[in-house]
Design a protein around this ligand. Structure first.
Ligand code: GRF
Length: 218
């Protein structure tokens, strides 16, 4: 009986990327087909909407309120302890709005992923959609990457591109980017558990040669 790979997802709010991953895992029967399961979802905000969504989908949840910890290090230590209880093979940041310490990132090196709503390295940080509009770029998108200690940095696994339309505002652009996020994040996770991702000199190769980009169909 092969051991099952455990995936732990960290959220802070809405949880739509987490939901997309859990639904993919259920629809594609990852537990029997890939020997991988979503072991648990943790939110640093107890009132995160995503916690109820995860519970409704039958996934164990935990709220770990960062506000009760005196330091970032103390919170990260408690978070790592909670994550490790699920013996994770992969930890996913999915709208997790806390900067993590280098110690935390190092603990999960090579098995920690994030999704960021821009085509990195453009627009690291916050307010990516408004900044894309303000800059006047004509193509925008989202990036799934391995996490390194630098914010929104790290080897890029897959990117999705969407056109920036003349009539777009930050909200309409965010909506279209999010639709693509829901396609690429589950795919990146699937590739990881299939052993299809190889990192060499900071670059990620998909061993089967699958396209590591996705274009929104207009
Ligand atoms: C997404 O846009 C993601 O790229 C960013 O935060 C947002 C999270 O949305 N990191 P959700 O909580 O997954 O709905």
């Amino acid at each position: 009986m092969p051991t099952v790979k455990n995936i732990v997802i960290l959220i802070s709010g809405r949880g739509s990327n987490m939901e997309a991953i859990v639904r993919s895992a259920q629809t594609e029967q990852w537990e029997s087909v890939l020997q991988a399961r979503i072991a648990g979802v943790i939110s640093n905000r107890p009132n995160a909407a995503g916690l109820a969504i995860a519970r409704d989908l039958g996934v164990p949840t935990l709220a770990l309120d960062h506000k009760i910890y005196a330091t970032r290090e103390a919170f990260d230590a408690a978070l790592a302890q909670a994550i490790d209880a699920w013996q994770p093979d992969l930890v996913l940041l999915a709208g997790f709005m806390r900067v993590l310490t280098a110690g935390f990132v190092g603990r999960y090196a090579g098995r920690l992923m994030n999704i960021h709503p821009s085509l990195l390295p453009s627009f690291a940080g916050l307010d990516t959609h408004q900044r894309a509009l303000d800059t006047g770029v004509k193509i925008h998108g989202s990036t799934v990457h391995f996490v390194t200690p630098d914010l929104d940095d790290g080897p890029i696994i897959i990117q999705a591109a969407v056109p920036v339309l003349a009539q777009d505002n930050a909200s309409t652009l965010a909506t279209r980017v999010l639709q693509q996020e829901h396609r690429i994040y589950p795919l990146a996770v699937r590739w990881f558990v299939e052993g299809q991702l190889q990192v060499e000199q900071g670059r990620v190769r998909q061993l089967q040669g699958q396209p590591q980009w996705h274009m929104q169909n207009e």
